[in-house]
Design a protein around this ligand. Structure first.
Ligand SMILES: [Zn+2]
Length: 199
């Protein structure tokens, strides 16, 4: 960018902070915004504002929600005795898209990663243990990612829950080790769910 204004520079700086967006792409996006109709550009600004103001975590399962409970926790048709543990809301989304899981979820909001300084306390594990302690669940499915950290997290949780009268299972290894749930296609996810194994 040769000649520009302060506001344009600011917009480029903001775009450049986004993941996967380099300086050149940020400049392209900024020029795109300058070119489009004002209403289109403001719709983008407004959707960012709305998401930041309205979206929070479900108080029960830590999925994304726009009220106290997420749409899944509010749905009486979901099987209240099945609980699937995932790392992130986007993993939950991937499983939902497989259309194979009728139960409820618990989102950890991360995984135990000692090298990055993420310990069990920074996840929603305490809330999970409290939920399971109610005795409502007959089966708990570990659907953390098949990575070293995802496996370690599943192991930590299964140790915590081992004394409780509930069956613990893990997604079958249809998913290639190291691949991430959100990028796995829904047929493979559906197979992994139906072939889940006892821990
Ligand atoms: Zn929820």
């Amino acid at each position: 960018m040769v000649q520009t204004t302060d506001s344009v520079t600011r917009l480029v700086d903001e775009f450049a902070k986004l993941p996967g967006i380099g300086r050149k792409s940020a400049e392209r996006l900024a020029y795109h915004i300058l070119r489009v109709h004002e209403s289109e550009a403001l719709a983008l600004a407004d959707s960012i504002r709305t998401v930041k103001q309205n979206v929070r975590y479900c108080s029960q399962c830590f999925n994304l929600a726009e009220s106290e409970l997420c749409s899944i926790c509010q749905d009486p048709r979901r099987d209240q005795t099945l609980l699937c543990i995932v790392e992130q809301p986007r993993d939950l989304m991937a499983l939902e898209q497989s259309g194979m899981f009728p139960g409820l979820y618990h989102v950890l909001l991360g995984r135990i990663a000692p090298l990055e300084g993420v310990g069990p306390d920074q996840l929603t594990i305490d809330a999970l243990v409290d939920r399971v302690r109610t005795g409502k669940f007959r089966e708990i499915i570990m659907a953390t990612n098949p990575t070293t950290e995802g496996d370690g997290t599943a192991l930590h949780i299964s140790n915590l829950l081992s004394e409780m009268p509930v069956s613990l299972t893990r997604l079958a290894r249809g998913i290639t080790t190291g691949s991430i749930l959100e990028f796995t296609n829904k047929e493979i996810l559906a197979d992994a769910l139906s072939g889940r194994q006892k821990l």
